[in-house]
Design a protein around this ligand. Structure first.
Ligand SMILES: [Fe+2]
Ligand SMILES: [Fe+2]
Length: 357
């Protein structure tokens, strides 16, 4: 166990150990079993940098990203890499992508990226790819296989024939309830690529998949959804340990479907409401999720943040860093076989709801 994660476990920690009932030494022993080693990375997502005019940008969204970059740089020891979960831009403008990347260039660690719909639907990802390269790829790190998928594609007809301009198309996809929108999907070419990519690794290799939209179906009305989620899940099914990390939903969510653990990232920009709050459509939260206390409009950064992630013997502990709220840890619990909120899972420990006037 690295110095940072040991200290972090100790600091935030009793709760984690109580929840898993594992003494620290047993956790350490577990690392010896596989080929992997314990390591950490940080996850920053959904900054929605918004251009006003000239060199003016919306300050609040800039500040959320600047703060995450500063805090990530202060981690000691450094995370092995940073992952950026998509939606750098708000309306896909080159100015927004460039400005976001300028802020991210302050990170003292390598950054990997996944594309968000706000980066894509103005010019179908042209500027993003020019700056950042391919939108799907894989890499190996300390015995873990990482896969990045572009999950926010949709039907050709919708993209190419329905709108008179890219601005109009982006305007539809930039809405939360997008009645004229189209469901997100990974699509067949990437699924074929994924199948080939996964055929090269053994079934006991831990796999981590990064996507922007959830690779599970939560709520189609807000595109908390990927239309071919089941087909992706089927390709991941043969592996012992799989984790999917996604952005897009701007909130804490976690779930387990078969062998796959799912974790969402918070945004640095703003929190979205939980789909459960949309009464007409019932509840669409993943079944395990304990929704966080949120969001007090008098605290600018409430329910926004970034994530420190500990890769623990092939499973992840996601440490949510919330500047104006209580930090949380959602960790895989071997005994129950799914992620558990180490502090707030029990009803008695839930944060009482805030009162809004
Ligand atoms: Fe977003
Ligand atoms: Fe998004």
């Amino acid at each position: 166990m690295s110095k940072y994660s040991r200290r972090n476990f100790l600091r935030s920690g009793g709760a984690l150990l109580a929840a898993t009932s594992l003494p620290l030494s047993v956790v350490e022993l577990a690392f010896g079993k596989g080929s992997g080693q314990n390591f950490t990375f940080a996850y920053i997502s959904d900054s929605h940098i918004t251009h006003i005019k000239g060199n003016q940008f919306v300050n609040n969204w800039d500040r959320g990203l600047i703060r995450a970059v500063s805090e990530a740089n202060l981690l000691d020891p450094k995370p092995d890499f940073i992952f950026y979960g998509g939606d750098i831009a708000q309306l896909g403008k080159p100015e927004e992508i460039d400005h976001g990347l300028e802020i991210l260039s302050g990170l003292k660690t390598d950054v990997h990226h996944v594309m968000g719909e706000h980066d894509y639907y103005l010019d179908l990802g042209e500027h993003w790819r020019k700056r950042l390269g391919p939108d799907h790829y894989s890499f190996d790190h300390k015995g873990v296989h990482f896969v990045v998928l572009n999950s926010i594609l949709t039907f050709d007809d919708w993209m190419h024939n329905k709108w008179s301009s890219g601005v109009e198309r982006m305007g539809q996809m930039a809405r939360l309830d997008n009645p004229q929108g189209s469901p997100f999907m990974v699509g067949e070419p990437q699924r074929d690529w994924l199948k080939k990519d996964l055929s090269k690794i053994s079934k006991d290799t831990p796999v981590v998949v990064f996507s922007h939209s959830p690779l599970q179906k939560l709520y189609k009305g807000w595109n908390f959804w990927t239309d071919d989620a089941e087909q992706i899940q089927a390709l991941l099914k043969p592996f012992d340990k799989v984790t999917v990390l996604y952005g897009h939903v701007h909130q804490i969510q976690y779930n387990q479907i078969g062998n796959i653990s799912f974790h969402a990232a918070m945004a640095t920009a703003w929190p979205w409401p939980y789909p459960a709050s949309y009464k007409q459509s019932g509840a669409h939260l993943p079944k395990l999720t304990v929704d966080m206390n949120r969001a007090d409009p008098f605290f600018e950064r409430d329910a926004t943040g970034w994530q420190f992630i500990n890769m623990d013997s092939g499973n992840v502990d996601v440490h949510y860093k919330l500047p104006d709220n209580q930090n949380r840890i959602v960790a895989y619990d071997e005994k129950v076989g799914h992620p558990v909120d180490t502090r707030f899972q029990a009803d008695a420990d839930r944060i009482p709801p805030q009162t809004h006037y």
